[in-house]
Each structure stands twice: as C-alpha cells, then as structure tokens.
Design a protein. Sequence first.
Length: 202
Amino acid sequence: MKRFFKIKKDTFKVIEKILFIIQIINIIIIVLTPLTKLVFYIDGNNVYSRGKLFLNQTLAVYYYPIFATIILLIERKKLETKDFVLLLILMFSPVIAGILQAIFFGYLIIWPTTAFSLILTYIFIKQKMVQYDALTGVWNRGSLFEYVKQRFNLDEKNIFGALYFDIDCLKQINDQYGHSAGDRAIVEITVIIKKIVENNVV
C-alpha cells in the first residue's frame, strides 16, 4: 500500500517561510531595478541589457522546483516508480527550458514549458485524488477493482492473492467516542498494515 505522500506541516511551514523571504527580496530587487539597473537596463541606444543580478533573479525562480525535488527525493519510497519519474521530469522541464533560454538569448521557451508542466502536474494530482482514499492515503475501492481486473487479464502464470479482514469493534468506537475517533482507528490500523506487509504488496 503505497501512499501518495503528504509533507509534514512543520516541514512545509519552514519551506514556505524560506521561499516567501526569497521572493520578497526578489520583488524588492526587481522593483528597484529601474533605479539600480541590477536586473536589467535600457541603454542610450534603447537596447535591453542584463544587469549584474540578472542571474540571481533568474535562480530565485528555480528555488521552488529545487525544494520540490528535494522533498520528492526524501519521500521517494512512498511513491510508485512511474509516479516518481513523471514528477521528476515535470519539475526539471522548466529548469532545463530556463537554462536553454539563458544560453540561446531571444528564444522564449521557459513560460510555455512551465505552463505545460503545471497543467500535467495538476492532472496528475487530480488523478491521484480520485485513486486514493482521502482518509488513509491508500487505494480506494475503485482503484483496487481496476488493479484486480488488470491482473486477471495477465498471463495465467501471474499468480496473486488477496487478504480480506474486518476491524473489530469499530462500530462501538464510533458510538462511544465519535466518528473522528473511528477515523483515527482506521488510519492507525492502515499504518500498522503498511509496516508489516512487504514493499511489493499493493
């Protein structure tokens, strides 16, 4: 049971603050550029030229995919291989486009590439939201049935099995302590199952 990972709240807050500070500094530099000519300037011949901090301003944009890549690598084991590869490609596509645009001055490819990556990332996330149970983070019934259907269509030698069990006293927990306590019980049981089953178990 591989969970579509979620970042811990404390970690997310730290990353969010760092990125916020970086972008505030970046905005101040850009706003002051007409006076300081740090990012770009227009010379006497009305020609656009890059300033001393043009590279720094450009790199500030890439802090987001850099942090996202770090998180992705940390949470690698919680993702399917195909999902990991796809997300890695989507994150690096704007970076590669930016490098190419910096090398080949005049070709605008970074924004179309970024837009394309964002659209595919949005579709990917929406698809995962449909496939996974919001409470436990594991496959929902529809995903399970689709997987079983695919396995039945494979070669007959491809043998697989399934475990089915019920949670004792769940109704009593709900009645006595409330449905929020019952939800926590389901989540905790899911965590225990994920710890005891092998990595190749769906």
